[in-house]
Structures are given as structure tokens and as C-alpha cells.
Design a protein around this ligand. Structure first.
Ligand SMILES: Nc1ncnc2c1ncn2[C@@H]1O[C@H](COP(=O)(O)OP(=O)(O)OP(=O)(O)O)[C@@H](O)[C@H]1O
Length: 340
């Protein structure tokens, strides 16, 4: 019997290109040896997740997630809890496409992304588990991570994580650190922090510098705890990120590899963000499931070292941002006071 592939695509995500190319995309997977069918997701919550789960249980050998990061996250959530998990491929069609960036899959041309399957190269990717949910790219908690919900998606497309940070900087005067208890492999942080992040890939909102040494299959998250919420200090850290990852050694940051994290707020509420979406409230336990899903990737093009793959508009966005930050005074006593 021929192997079967199910393409789960979001007809509403990103550009029309996905729909226009669908017939050719189906042909690529047929050429790769799969009897292939397609399923269009609906606005109903979890439609991609439920279909991925159903197809996997029916014995499909390959599930292709075609859409934005939200669709990919849902498909992973449909598969990660199963004992027998099919292979996955992704065709990015969203705005930020963080995950495709990490796997070096073309982000502008869905047909080219589909053709990665013809190279027959896969990697066994780590997946994050957070309570009952799964994530593939990043989890976070704390006041700053809550801001992602406010970043309009047209801004996301140009600035990615930068938008998140700029928005954060704008809102910082209203912000404060919260008291957290974070237990990780071999250590614990008890104290004030503005946020923590757990990264599985090195691509967060288009910025590979934030987690310069993330590995996709080492069974460990890269954990970043940002202790300060002081406006001037946050801006300084952003500049360190933009100028090549020097933030990792900064004393206001804890930067560690860990397989687990138990995150608890002390006397306050802490929302958890999973792959850019609200994922429940802490206390929450996070575990890195090592080499959990076999994923088609452009392995030839994935660098051993972690070189950035910036597009011209990202470089321009970075340049503008650094200019903006440079123009600000070092100390902003009014806002600083409120931020503390
Ligand atoms: N047929 C549909 N019509 C409208 N919305 C849909 C449909 N199918 C799925 N959705 C919604 O699309 C959202 C997921 O979007 P997805 O992440 O795939 O693309 P995107 O939003 O364009 O990408 P990005 O997050 O990168 O901007 C979910 O909220 C889901 O409910």
C-alpha cells in the first residue's frame, strides 16, 4: 500500500499563494511517493489540531501543516500526545513564519517549501510540553510576554520580535517585574523578573540573535530570565541583542540550558504564552520532549554555526530601531520610577 499524506492548510492565512499553488503542492507530495489529500481548516477552534489527530490515528504517514505559525502549532498539538506519530512537513504561509526560518524552509514560495520533501532530509525535533499543551518554538511568562497579544499582525510581518520589543518599550512605564519562583535543572531563581522565555529554536520573531546557540534536538530548552523591568536597562539589553547576542552574559539575564522548568508566580497572576498565543496560567510545568517529531527540513542549508539569515527589510528595521534607541536619553527618571 502506498504511504498517505494529509495536507492541512489554512485557506485564510497570509497570502493567497498557498491556495493558488495547492494543485502543484499536491503533485509534489505524490512525486515524493505519498497518496496525498488536502483538508482546509475552518475558523472553529482546533480544526487543524483535530484533523491532524484524526489523520494520524487513521495511519497517515505524513502530516503537512500549511499556514502560519498558529496552524503549525495546532498540528503539533494534534500529534505530540500520540504514541505513534507520523512525520511532519511544513509549508509556511503566515507573517512571521518563525518555525520555517529555523528549519531553513523557503518562506516566500509555498511550492518551493513543499519541494523540501523531495530532498528526503528529516530531523527529529524537540517539542515543548506545557501542562496539557505543546509548543514548537517558544514559551514565555511574565508581564512582558503578555504584550505579544497587542502587537498587530501587520507590524509583526515587518518587525517580528522587534515589534514585540518596541511595543514592550512603549508600555514599559506601566510595567513592573513580578515575583516568580522558577525551578530548572540544577537551579532555582526566586525573585523579581519581567519575564522568562523557553526557546526550542533560535528563531524568535525573526531574530536569531536572541537565542544564539539553540539546538533543535538536544533535549534542552534555552531558558532566558530577564530580571529587570527598568526602561533604560531593557533598552540597553535590546541593543545588546541587536548587536550580536551579547545579552547572554549580562548580569540582568539568566541564560541556561534546561530540560525542565516549573514556573510559579508569587502572590500574583502569570499568563503563559505558547508560540505567541495565550496558553493558560502559571503555575506551569514545562518539559522538553527530546527528538519527539520527525520533521522534513532543509538540512543541507542549515548552518552548523548559527549564522543569521537576515532579509534586507529586517536589516533596515534593525538599523531604524537602533537609531531610535540611540536617540533616547540614557536615564528617563519619570518613567523609570513608575517602571520599578
Ligand atoms: N477557514 C478559515 N477561515 C478563517 N480563519 C481560519 C480558517 N482556518 C483557520 N482559521 C484561523 O486562523 C488562525 C491561525 O492562523 P495562522 O497562524 O495559520 O495564520 P496567520 O495568522 O496568517 O499567521 P501568523 O500567525 O504568522 O500571522 C486560527 O485562529 C484559526 O482559527
Amino acid at each position: 500500500m502506498r504511504k498517505r499524506a494529509r495536507i492541512i492548510y489554512n485557506p485564510s492565512s497570509g497570502r493567497e499563494a498557498l491556495k493558488n499553488d495547492l494543485v502543484d503542492i499536491l503533485a509534489v507530495f505524490e512525486q515524493a511517493g505519498y497518496e496525498t489529500s488536502a483538508y482546509a481548516t475552518t475558523p472553529k477552534p482546533n480544526s487543524a489540531k483535530d484533523e491532524a489527530n484524526r489523520a494520524a490515528k487513521e495511519g497517515f504517514e505524513l502530516i503537512v501543516a500549511a499556514g502560519g505559525d498558529g496552524t503549525i502549532n495546532e498540528v503539533v498539538n494534534g500529534l505530540a500526545g500520540l504514541k505513534k506519530r507520523p512525520k511532519m512537513a511544513i509549508i509556511p504561509a503566515g507573517t512571521t513564519n518563525d518555525f520555517a526560518r529555523a528549519l531553513h524552509i523557503p518562506r516566500e514560495d509555498p511550492l518551493a517549501a513543499a519541494k523540501i520533501v523531495l530532498k528526503k532530509q528529516t530531523i527529529n525535533m524537540d517539542i515543548g510540553m506545557a501542562g496539557d499543551n505543546y509548543f514548537i518554538n517558544i514559551a514565555g511568562g511574565g508581564l512582558l510576554t503578555e504584550l505579544t497579544y497587542d502587537v498587530p499582525s501587520n507590524l509583526k510581518s515587518i518587525f517580528g520580535y522587534l515589534a514585540y520589543l518596541v511595543k514592550g518599550a512603549e508600555l514599559l512605564p506601566q510595567m513592573k517585574s513580578i515575583e516568580m519562583d522558577l525551578k530548572y535543572d540544577g537551579g532555582e531563581y526566586k525573585g523579581k523578573a519581567s519575564m522568562f522565555l523557553l526557546a526550542l529554536t533560535n528563531s524568535i520573531g525573526g531574530f536569531e540573535q536572541i537565542v544564539p546557540d539553540a539546538s533543535l534536538d538536544d533535549g534542552k530548552f534555552t531558558m532566558i530570565i530577564v530580571k529587570t523591568s527598568n526602561l533604560a536597562e531593557m533598552l540597553h539589553l535590546m541593543v545588546l541583542v541587536l548587536t550580536g547576542g551579547k545579552h547572554v552574559d549580562d548580569p540582568r539575564i539568566i541564560y541556561k540550558k534546561t530540560n525542565k522548568l516549573v514556573a510559579k508566580p508569587v502572590n500574583s497572576k502569570m499568563m503563559i504564552n505558547l508560540d505567541g498565543e495565550y496558553g493558560g496560567d502559571a503555575p506551569m510545568k514545562f518539559i522538553d520532549l527530546p527528538r519527539h517529531i520527525e520533521m522534513f527540513a532543509n538540512v543541507d542549508d542549515m548552518p552548523n554555526s548559527l549564522l543569521t539569515t537576515e532579509t534586507p527589510d529586517m536589516i533596515e528595521a534593525e538599523r531604524k530601531f537602533v537609531e531610535k534607541v540611540k536617540g533616547l536619553p540614557d536615564e528617563l527618571p519619570e518613567t523609570k520610577k513608575k517602571a520599578e
